[in-house]
Design a protein. Structure first.
Lengths: 258, 412
């Protein structure tokens, strides 16, 4: 994958591009991408992937002008336009799924194929989403992965969770990234999406890890019941980072959008 | 020098095993530890102590705002200040302060501070903190990375609401008001403003540019504060501020006075330990919402708190004295260390934390009286060159109205 920059109103946007096939735009979750992200690599085996970084993520500049859900939704449409894409397959994970759903709801005629991988954006009193913003670094693996040990290795690149070098890097990146994510996820990741989901016209695929401890599988039903043409695929033995734990299963599911 | 007797209002009944059984004194503290019946006594004792301090020559009595907090049961400092306005005279009412990003709309702060200033006859010293992450983000739900922008807008609105004689429209990003025209208006135009800060350059500049006093309210004492306050004074020089008046800065210090050093330890140690070992037990996940602090601050900060918890080792009296967290001892010992504090930090405003932890009333009165009579007078003239600098303190009107007991007057 190549890391490139494109000019978009308000801010230059960093994005990964690679692979051959149908154009697919992938919107990352609140934790961003790993270095040499294995899921992006898997996607690139089948698609021409464009994966923009939300401002503040990775090495990209922060953008004070993006303050709320509408700003971020329209910004992401601006990115797609700047990339010269028309009706790409739109895929989003977690926070990225929330943004993708908003994009499809606000411009229903511009998205015909949509995949939401354990998206944020709804709130169920019966299954409150854990407070990601007060979660300690060492608590993340158990919250995000079904296989906690493997998840820890992925997250820290093999370093210990109390390794000062890893912690410092993590805290700085986390403050930038989650600072931005907080504009749509803090303190409750609900910005009214529930009352807009009916507008989505795309063929929609919902993909969920059956052991998701961050956004419980109960949320899958919430999305499925509100999006007109939605199909649900539950991936076995996977947590919230189903993209990293079961990339091949996620890819196989995506083929249903063809 | 300006000395303010400051009370955090800690809940004095946290159990001995509080730290073992609770993850935080703040945000998600167990509500069952609060006893409303007992609080009646606690609140009234704390008010008595504030009123008592006002009779001993302190320049101000001080209160502040915290939410869902076991060491600060004062979510509304304005309510406390309102009762003090009636039962004290001449002394400054230091409200340090209102977290202005939390009030909707923020003209509420302009109104309540104006009321306090009018009721007290111009005795208000106003504080505008951004607020801690615990209060502002985790308890009151403000989006961390937008808190400062909202704070600045609220500040501009409040200052304009105090100053502008005619109704005006305010088209802010966070507050939109078609008719801003507060009643009442403050006596002081404007009241002196103190800004509690934690070391960010932006806050230094904000104080310097607006002639506000920069307050560092830490519990870790004056020795550790030297780097931060040094940074502030360097910035004052860099920005070519017209003067280096020590009243441009304030500092909070825990102080315990007794007849001798040994007596101070005998009388106060358990209450100091209650505060430092029990009350300051804050879950690190609440300390700093991502986006609330700047990246630079994080890079310079301590990382150990983010690692998996290790067994807690209690701090000792000796460590607290040595580190300057507390200044405790005989009047002469306290005087010497206060002089060191005032000189080394170059601060004209001292917020004296003379009530500590679960200290009972009698001990607190003893410590307060000794400080007021045997320490404070000897520290009065630390900055003779700035004796006339009254920009950062309140200006009470002559002939303030006094409370009248109409029932008694009717009988007479």
């Amino acid at each position: 994958m190549d890391l490139k920059t494109i000019a978009v109103p308000h801010i230059p946007v960093r994005y990964y591009e690679g692979g051959k096939g149908e154009p697919l735009v992938f919107l990352h979750g609140a934790s961003g991408f790993l270095p040499n992200d294995p899921f992006l690599a898997a996607l690139a085996e089948h698609y021409h992937v464009y994966a923009p970084l939300l401002p503040g993520y990775g090495d990209s500049e922060e953008c004070p002008e993006l303050r709320d859900m509408l700003d971020i939704t329209l910004h992401t449409w601006d990115v797609i336009e700047a990339l010269g894409l028309k009706d790409p397959i739109l895929v989003g994970h977690s926070m990225g799924g929330m943004i993708a759903a908003e994009m499809a709801a606000i411009a229903p005629h511009d998205v015909t194929r949509l995949a939401l991988i354990c998206p944020a954006g709804l709130w169920l009193e019966s299954h409150p989403v854990p407070d990601l913003f007060s979660t300690m670094p060492y608590e993340f693996p158990a919250l995000l992965f079904h296989d906690v040990q493997k998840g820890t290795e992925l997250l820290t690149a093999g370093m210990a969770l109390d390794n000062p070098q890893w912690l410092k890097g993590f805290l700085v990146i986390n403050a930038r990234q989650m600072g931005m994510a907080g504009r749509i996820l803090f303190p409750i990741p609900d910005r009214g999406l529930a009352q807009r989901l009916y507008r989505i016209k795309a063929k929609t695929l919902l993909i969920w890890g059956d052991h998701d401890r961050l956004i419980a599988p109960a949320y899958a039903e919430g999305f499925k019941s509100k999006i007109p043409h939605a199909e649900l695929v539950m991936v076995k033995n996977a947590g919230h980072m189903v993209t990293l734990e079961k990339p091949q299963e996620v890819l196989t599911s995506l083929a249903r959008l063809a | 020098m300006k000395f303010t007797w400051f009370n955090l209002m800690p809940w004095p009944h946290l159990p001995d095993d509080f730290r073992q059984k609770n993850r935080s004194v703040w945000v998600d503290i167990d509500s069952r530890l609060f006893d409303p019946i007992k609080s009646n006594e606690v609140y009234n004792t704390y008010l008595d102590l504030l009123e008592y301090a006002s009779t001993l020559g302190f320049d101000g009595i001080g209160v502040n705002e915290h939410h869902q907090n076991g060491y600060g049961i004062m979510p509304s400092p304005n309510l406390i200040a309102a009762t003090l306005a009636r039962r004290t005279k001449d002394v400054g009412l230091v409200v340090l302060g209102n977290s202005i990003a939390l009030y909707n709309p923020p003209v509420r702060v302009a109104e309540e501070f104006a009321m306090l200033d009018c009721i007290s006859g111009g005795r208000l010293v106003a504080g505008f903190p951004v607020g801690t992450s615990m209060d502002t983000n985790y308890c009151y739900g403000q989006i961390p990375s937008l808190t400062r922008e909202k704070y600045m807008e609220a500040h501009d609105l409040i200052r304009k609401a105090w100053a502008e004689p005619d109704p005006f429209a305010f088209n802010g990003r966070y507050t939109k008001l078609r008719h801003v025209n507060i009643w009442p208006r403050p006596i002081q135009q404007p009241p002196p403003i103190h800004i509690p800060g934690g070391g960010s350059v932006e806050t230094y500049d904000f104080c310097i540019d607006n002639t506000y006093s920069y307050s560092y309210l830490s519990f870790t004492g004056y020795i550790r504060a030297r780097a931060l306050m040094g940074g502030y004074w360097d910035r004052v020089a860099e920005r070519n501020a017209p003067d280096h008046s020590p009243y441009r800065a304030g500092f909070a210090q825990t102080i315990c006075v007794a007849d001798t050093d040994a007596e101070a330890r005998r009388l106060y140690e358990e209450h100091v330990m209650y505060f430092y070992n029990r009350c300051l037990h804050v879950y690190p996940g609440f300390a700093d919402a991502p986006g609330y602090r700047t990246i630079k601050t994080i890079q310079s900060g301590a990382l150990s708190q983010y690692a998996p918890a290790r067994p807690f080792s209690e701090v000792t009296w000796e460590e607290l004295i040595e580190g300057g967290h507390i200044i405790a001892g005989s009047p002469e010992t306290v005087r010497q260390r206060m002089e060191d504090l005032i000189k080394s930090l170059h601060v004209g405003n001292i917020f004296c934390l003379l009530h500590v932890g679960n200290m009972p009333k009698e001990k607190c009165m003893n410590s307060t009286k000794l400080f007021a009579e045997k320490v404070m007078p000897k520290l009065r003239n630390m900055f003779p060159d700035y004796a006339d600098d009254d920009r950062f303190w309140c200006h009470p009107i002559p002939n303030q109205a006094q409370p009248v007991n109409l029932a008694e007057q009717g009988r007479a």
